[in-house]
Design a protein around this ligand. Structure first.
Ligand code: SF4
Length: 190
């Protein structure tokens, strides 16, 4: 038997600390959860293993899509959106712990990747824009503007409407998503 066989799992606990309605989809929830340790050392390995992961090495975040769900890993926490319900949240947590522990066990055989290997999808962004299609950003629709943000052709600040008080919650979530994905956010919102 090797030391690895009897080694304790890298992550044992991921505890839900907050459940709130999902701004991107009113029929779903989002949740925050806390790891029992800093897991950021495994991000470059997950970035290699997972399809469509968005890794921000300097920001120490990794965003994963799982069947429509959007899951952002920070060093000690997770933020997940578009989750069906609390039962689904627990399934996502079990999946994440298993994924991280398996990746940690196999890390000697995985070449870590420190690059951002994918971009956010338009659908991830548009649901957090104001949705009025007011054209003040010089685009015909919020969808068109979201496509330009995803492709890093415009700054999110081209949408002045997102700064309105009524869009505060969407703005917070959108900026957190963009920041985690390695997109540039003005200093004042950093
Ligand atoms: S300014 Fe903002 S709310 Fe108006 S169309 Fe552009 S993205 Fe949508």
């Amino acid at each position: 038997m090797t030391g690895t066989d009897s080694a304790p799992p890298f992550v044992k606990l991921l505890t839900i600390i907050k459940v709130i309605p999902c701004l991107a989809d009113p029929n779903k929830i989002r949740f925050s959860a806390e790891f029992d340790r800093d897991v950021s050392e495994i991000f470059p390995y997950l970035n290699t293993v997972l399809q469509g992961a968005i890794y921000n090495h300097s920001g120490r975040t990794l965003t994963i899509r799982k069947e429509g769900r959007l899951i952002t890993l920070y060093p000690a926490t997770v933020s997940a959106a578009k989750i069906d319900d609390v039962h689904d949240a627990h399934e996502v947590i079990s999946w994440l712990i298993k994924l991280i522990n398996e990746c940690h066990l196999k890390r000697a055989t995985i070449k870590p990747s420190f690059e951002r290997r994918d971009c956010l999808q338009v659908i991830d962004i548009v649901r957090l824009l104001p949705g009025t299609n007011c054209k003040k950003c010089d685009q015909p629709t919020c969808l068109a503007f979201a496509a330009l943000i995803a492709a890093e052709k415009v700054s999110v600040m081209g949408c002045g409407e997102i700064l309105l008080a009524e869009n505060q919650e969407k703005r917070k979530e959108l900026f957190a998503l963009l920041r985690a994905g390695g997109y540039s956010i003005p200093e004042a919102f950093g």
